[in-house]
Design a protein around this ligand. Sequence first.
Ligand SMILES: *Cc1c(COP(=O)(O)O)cnc(C)c1O
Length: 401
Amino acid sequence: MSLRLREWAAAQLEEIQAAGLYKNEYLVESPQGVEITLQDGRKVLNFCANNYLGLASHPRVLQAAYKALDRWGYGMASVRFICGTQSAHKELEAQIARFLHCEDSILYAACFDANGGFFEPLLGSDDAIISDELNHASLIDGIRLCKARRFIYKHADMQELEKRLQEAASARFRVIVTDGVFSMDGDYAPLNEIMRLARQYDAIVIVDDSHATGFVGRTGRGTPEKFGCLGDERLIITSTLGKALGGAMGGFIAGLAPIIALLRQRSRPYLFSNSLSPVIVATAMEIFSWLSETSELRDRLEANARYFRSRMIEAGFDVKPGDHPIVPIMLYDAVLAHRMAEALIQEGIYVVGFSYPVVPKGQARIRVQLSAAHTKEHIDAAVEAFIRVGQKLGVLKRAVA
Ligand SMILES: *Cc1c(COP(=O)(O)O)cnc(C)c1O
């Protein structure tokens, strides 16, 4: 049995290789940051991390983490309801709730777990989940774990969403589920319109703001701030500590107090998985305090994204329109996207090509992600490398003087 399984696994791997879908892992030999060292000793500028605010190895963050180790220790070796809740965990949950204008929040080991643990305790076969077709895998998996009826609407299509809400009219609860920002295009869910439909059809909205919390919106409260619906009681927010907010790991759900309290009683990834490490918890508190004091980091990130976009458009690249620090450089051809990314790494700019099945067929691209830690010099170096490689590969829409 085990031998046949090994042969089957080997054959699957060959198929993945033959289809050109094999994911190689580059070894990084330095802390995460704007400048990273690859295994062969090469130093490259990193333009593909979710390190939006540049906090992954920021001195102020490291300092908070060292202090947290001394104050709270390393691990909890317990789930929350046995002996895994320190006052730091409760303080961070209260802080997240305040930051996002919600009544309470609940921590998970990851946003994947938050999304995996949200639906099953709250929704049953009398209920309806209405989900954007491009939602993150963790939302899709979480939805699969509950017995509610499933309705899918075309990406960000409000007419279809309304039709699905009408089809689900007989449900006890209707829950609309969407990413706040969709990671392949960096586009936003139209949350103001979604909330309007939710009010009209008495639905709840769950928004996964993993690519938004900490930097989208004028003070970094995420897509609810950008779309003017912060503090709306119909809104439940899930997000990650593993991207902009330090990038270590951890996730959370924020919303009305009784909903969060019920998740503490019934949500399986919360009940049956270890408590988040105090190092992460106390460091996240420092990060939320920082982001509550000033918007300087998200302001710098916004300016960096705008500058990179404008220089790339000016250079003649096909840039997907938007304003998010996810900047897709469209190449349409999978082989070209991967060749171009390889060539850019050779030039010292670390980016990754994305092709089917991660993006639709014929939509291959390089996804650039900006960080608040990038300087103008870093961005200029990236643009110039793009131009050199782009000219060589003939992808520029017009010649550059
Ligand atoms: C990254 C991401 C997740 C997973 O977050 P983790 O905390 O790393 O598990 C979930 N949802 C969305 C939309 C994401 O982008």
